[in-house]
Design a binder for this molecule. Structure first.
Ligand code: SAH
Length: 207
């Protein structure tokens, strides 16, 4: 996986590559899909949600340019895999999931693998961020938003980086929003497709 799907497609950050080697992805995947753990595709994790393909996860993490001691917000905990990677690369991770059953599964996965040391999973609407723990040096959103949620931008530190898929329900672009010296710059990186972010600043039923 690391050689073909990641290094071969341009993931260069050695810390990210090492973390992808070290975190046991199979522990975050449904039992019956374990044989597909290291395949080049997203996998269902239950409750209508999916864990992204390894390449997309690595790319998103690399774009955050983590040095090791950041305080980070992860929106859309799902299985907890992405949070586990972030935990290995940053100082502290707050991860928020709206589906209580998934939040519980993620906590269990993180505890079982011993990767929960610096990760707190909370249940709630992550489109509003987690104001009690703000500001965040970096924010990673693993569900597609119709637009950049204001709350997340407000809770991003300066300097800070937010990585989020944004667009329509059907197709989106991975976007990097950088706050620096009071200014906000935004750029698109690549097309992508994620499950929708729902909630206050997510997709509405008619969107
Ligand atoms: N990062 C996960 C996969 C994320 S799938 C992993 O590594 O497994 C996207 C997740 O975002 C889903 O679990 C979905 O329930 C969650 N989600 C969608 N809208 C949300 C919101 N407003 N707040 C928190 N979580 C949300």
């Amino acid at each position: 996986m690391v050689d073909e799907q990641l290094r071969g497609r341009g993931i260069r950050d050695v810390r990210v590559l090492r973390a992808m080697l070290e975190i046991p992805r199979e522990e975050f995947v449904l039992q019956e899909l374990r044989h597909q753990t290291y395949g080049d595709e997203p996998l269902r994790i239950g409750y209508g949600q999916t864990i992204s393909q390894p390449y997309i996860t690595a790319r998103m993490v690399e774009l955050l340019e983590l040095g090791g001691d950041e305080r980070l917000l992860d929106v859309g905990t799902g299985s907890g895999y992405h949070a586990a990677l972030l935990g290995a690369l940053a100082g502290e991770v707050i991860s928020i999931e709206r589906i209580p059953e998934l939040a519980a599964i993620a906590m269990d996965n993180l505890r079982r693998t011993g990767l929960d040391r610096n990760i707190t999973v909370v249940c709630g609407d992550g489109s509003l961020g987690v104001p009690d723990h703000a500001p965040f040096d970096a924010i990673s959103v693993a569900a597609a938003a119709p637009r950049i949620p204001h709350a997340l931008l407000a809770q991003l530190a300066d300097p800070g980086i937010l990585v989020i898929p944004a667009g329509t329900r059907m197709d989106q672009e991975l976007r990097v929003v950088r706050k620096r010296e009071g200014r906000v710059e935004e750029r698109g990186v690549s097309p992508c497709r994620f499950v929708p972010l729902v909630g206050s600043e997510g997709f509405k039923d008619n969107e």
